[in-house]
Write a protein that binds this ligand. Structure first.
Ligand SMILES: C[S@@+](CC[C@H](N)C(=O)[O-])C[C@H]1O[C@@H](n2cnc3c(N)ncnc32)[C@H](O)[C@@H]1O
Length: 195
């Protein structure tokens, strides 16, 4: 069977039915990382890398950056590694299977994440996502549990002047380490916001 590909941030990437196909909206996360690095060296972690799209686009545009990418899905890890090799970026992009920031061992200048954030209950109203792996897009409860956990984990792994940037409900949100509390309102349970 012929391999299917897509383009993201100027890179041609292999896709798989087992891994979410990257969307152009996520290039905002690439931009956040590049703006923060300002052409300098630095460490960037892409959490929930899927096909490797964000990690690879950052590595391609920031030749002095070292990039890490994690995903719980072994199919995603395999695909991201394949894409890193095809792009000639495998020397600077480390892809590991793990949850959130595990097993990233160090301190990051930028953490980016496009994790699942849609409640499973909303699956019927998103026919455009019908071909994507459920676990890549939908999560239990209000859908935001993993995103909340990433904010907590980021405190332990971000440099003092580091940046966390996440895609939530289709929009890009970013905050420096000193202002991670800004995510609290965005991620508050609906009942709390209404109160
Ligand atoms: C919405 S997809 C985004 C994929 C890719 N970042 C992109 O923008 O195309 C979310 C990804 O997060 C991964 N994921 C889910 N739970 C995770 C966790 N606890 N830790 C790391 N990755 C996770 C999924 O396997 C999936 O590949």
């Amino acid at each position: 069977m012929e391999a299917t590909t897509t383009t993201f941030g100027g890179l041609e990437l292999l896709t798989s039915p087992l891994v979410m196909t990257p969307r152009d909206t996520s290039t905002g996360l690439v931009l956040c990382a590049l703006t923060h690095l300002e052409d300098g060296p630095g460490v960037v972690v892409d959490v929930g890398t899927g096909s490797g799209a964000i990690a690879l686009a950052v590595a391609e545009a920031a030749p002095r950056a070292a990039v890490w990418a994690t995903d719980v899905s072994s199919a995603a890890v395999e695909l991201a590694r394949l894409n890193a090799r095809r792009a000639g970026l495998h020397d600077r992009v480390t892809v590991r299977r793990g949850s959130l920031l595990h097993p990233f061992p160090g301190t990051a200048d930028v953490i980016v994440g496009n994790l699942p954030y849609l409640p499973l209950s909303e699956r019927p109203i998103h026919p455009e996502l019908a071909t994507e792996p459920v676990n890549a897009v939908f999560a239990e409860g209000d859908g935001l549990g993993l995103v909340r956990k990433l904010v907590v984990a980021a405190r332990r792994h971000l440099a003092p002047d580091g940046l966390l940037a996440m895609q939530v409900r289709g929009l890009i949100h970013a905050a420096p380490r000193s202002e991670l509390h800004l995510f609290e309102h965005l991620l508050a349970p609906a009942a709390q916001i209404a109160a």
